[in-house]
Design a protein around this ligand. Structure first.
Ligand SMILES: CC(C)(COP(=O)(O)OP(=O)(O)OC[C@H]1O[C@@H](n2cnc3c(N)ncnc32)[C@H](O)[C@@H]1OP(=O)(O)O)[C@@H](O)C(=O)NCCC(=O)NCCS
Length: 174
């Protein structure tokens, strides 16, 4: 397994993972699947904002997982804070890939001078809450019935990692 920056060629694999998450669970709150053009626009938009999209690939270069971050809120004062997501292929979960790719994403955020990462997690998603705790994220908030999917309300757990710069960053350290 290798973790690297995603390219256009990874978009069909990313699309499969995303649509599977749409159809089968509540990690993605949307109920409608999307097409390749939708993922291409999402990818281009993140690239334009200097935000990483990482993939974990197997020996055959098949996408096993992906992770990305984007702006937390679209205001200049929040420029050191990002919201991230991570999705592992259904048949690859529980093998350490989610933790590994999120760890690499944290390093990318640190290298980019980011100060805080926020995970917006459906509250019953025990795997995600557990994995984020392992990586040093702490529970910072609970939102009640803010999402709706499969005809029921979803609560959201907010988890945050405050990133300590390794070799100092002029603004983000203070
Ligand atoms: C959540 C997710 C990213 C975790 O990635 P993963 O590769 O399955 O998890 P890992 O194998 O790296 O495991 C990390 C930890 O979580 C635990 N874990 C994994 N699945 C679990 C589950 N269903 N319930 C409880 N803990 C679980 C692992 O045991 C491990 O902890 P341990 O070292 O104490 O045993 C992945 O399961 C996934 O993509 N799920 C669907 C989409 C999703 O929920 N994305 C997150 C949106 S916020």
């Amino acid at each position: 397994m290798q973790i690297r920056d995603a390219t256009d060629k990874d978009l069909p694999g990313i699309l499969d993972i995303y649509n599977e998450a749409v159809l089968s669970g509540t990690a993605v709150t949307n109920e409608k699947t999307v097409d390749l053009e939708n993922r291409r626009q999402w990818f281009e938009s993140l690239k334009e904002q200097d935000c990483p999209v990482l993939v974990a690939v197997g020996d055959d270069d098949r996408v096993l997982a992906y992770a990305s971050y984007g702006p937390w809120r679209p205001f200049d004062g929040f420029r050191y804070t990002v919201e991230h997501r991570v999705y592992v292929r259904e048949d690859q979960r529980g093998g350490g890939i989610g933790r590994a790719i999120t760890r690499e994403l944290i390093e990318r955020a640190r290298a980019a001078g980011k100060h805080a990462m926020i995970g917006v997690i459906e509250s019953e998603n025990r795997a995600s809450v557990h994995m984020h705790q392992q990586l040093g994220f702490i529970h910072v908030g609970q939102l009640r019935q803010v999402g709706r999917k499969f005809d029921r309300w979803l609560d959201i757990t907010l988890m945050q990692l405050t990133i300590q710069p390794r070799d100092g960053h002029p603004d983000a350290a203070s």
